[in-house]
Design a protein around this ligand. Structure first.
Ligand SMILES: NC(=O)c1ccc[n+]([C@@H]2O[C@H](COP(=O)([O-])OP(=O)(O)OC[C@H]3O[C@@H](n4cnc5c(N)ncnc54)[C@H](OP(=O)(O)O)[C@@H]3O)[C@@H](O)[C@H]2O)c1
Length: 306
């Protein structure tokens, strides 16, 4: 079995447990693609997993999001062949901070030529979760009012643009220089949460997208109109509080979905959605990338070039 370079952990812990090392190259099993990775997207879940947030089996190659080229396909794969440019999410047993990674056929999409690998690798987790929360769970429609917390973040930046594309009235929270950045993305009203309490500005909101949790989630109930929806990506909302306010609360965990990725890529290629990549680092600097993600104020996506 040939080797490849990858970022792997053998124990949970701080950035020092993420080792840049030689590991055996994986193989595509039934319905899987082996992908030569060109770029790997970095998400907060990556450093959370490194710290032991879920007890995943070790050793573990880090990373979920990738963009690259199909190297080979396993039995049963019908839509892709060697040489196809694809992007998406790896299987649980694989990792994208590596030269090669394995993905299930339905979890990937064809990468349009007009979309480069760096931006494609930034799309999967951060693009799918607001898509699923706003459209599949909250059923956001044109004319509705939506409040997006963390609107400058990897997820929030896509959420603002998806909601505008849908025809919603968009309010977003951000801090400092990110306020102008969120305005540029198309938000109708941006609240600097360090200067103004969002509940003093936001009223009669149909949907709240919570990417922050804690006190931000607690204070969000009061801004919703009756029948509204609070969709949190970080913490299950209290059923009692939802009932008390006459609204519904959901915890949304993203699921891989190649068809939705293709729809998102189409919006990017048509210029309807911008991919805000803030930092690109080489694979060997994955520790630095995760530390930057952990600050919680990165103001865009972080991507590793492989
Ligand atoms: N459930 C799921 O499937 C799922 C999927 C993806 C992500 N997530 C979670 O969603 C969260 C956000 O992910 P991300 O990739 O967008 O992270 P990110 O790129 O690091 O962005 C975090 C954003 O949060 C903002 N923020 C921090 N404190 C805030 C506050 N009190 N009020 C409003 N905004 C605040 C920051 O804004 P400023 O810098 O402007 O202050 C920053 O833009 C993470 O916890 C992640 O694990 C969950």
């Amino acid at each position: 079995m040939p080797n490849m370079k990858a970022i792997q952990i053998h124990a949970y812990g701080g950035p020092e447990v993420a080792q840049y090392e030689d590991v055996p190259r994986p193989e595509a099993k039934a319905n899987q693609l082996l992908v030569r990775v060109h770029a790997a997207g970095v998400n907060p879940i990556d450093w959370k997993l490194r710290e032991g947030f879920l007890s995943a089996p070790l050793p573990m190659i880090m990373g979920i999001d990738f963009s690259g080229v199909v190297e080979s396909v396993g039995p049963g794969v019908t839509r892709y062949r060697s040489g196809d440019a694809v992007f998406g999410q790896v299987t649980d047993a694989s990792g994208s901070y590596a030269e090669y990674a394995v993905a299930m056929e339905p979890d990937v999409a064809r990468k349009p030529e007009a979309l480069d690998d760096i931006r494609a690798a930034a799309l999967p987790v951060a693009g799918l979760v607001p898509w699923q929360a706003l459209f599949d769970t909250a059923k956001l429609s044109a004319g509705q009012k939506v409040l997006i917390h963390g609107a400058a973040g990897g997820v929030g930046g896509f959420a603002v643009q998806f909601a505008k594309w849908k025809g919603a009235h968009v309010l977003g929270t951000a801090s400092g220089t990110h306020v102008e950045q969120v305005r540029q993305l198309g938000a109708d009203e941006v609240i600097d949460y360090r200067k103004t309490k969002f509940e003093e500005v936001a009223h009669d909101v149909d949907v709240v997208l919570d990417t922050v949790g804690g006190e931000t989630q607690e204070r969000s109930w009061q801004v919703l109109k009756r029948g509204g929806v609070l969709a949190s990506l970080v913490q299950p909302p209290s059923a009692e509080k939802a009932a008390m306010h006459g609204v519904r609360g959901f915890f949304v965990r993203q699921t891989p979905n190649g068809e939705q990725l293709a729809a998102i890529a189409d919006l990017v290629v048509k210029g309807r959605v911008k991919v805000n990549v803030e930092t690109v680092l080489p694979l060997s600097e994955a520790r630095k990338a995760q530390e930057l993600s952990k600050t919680g104020h990165s103001g865009g996506k972080i991507v590793l070039k492989v």
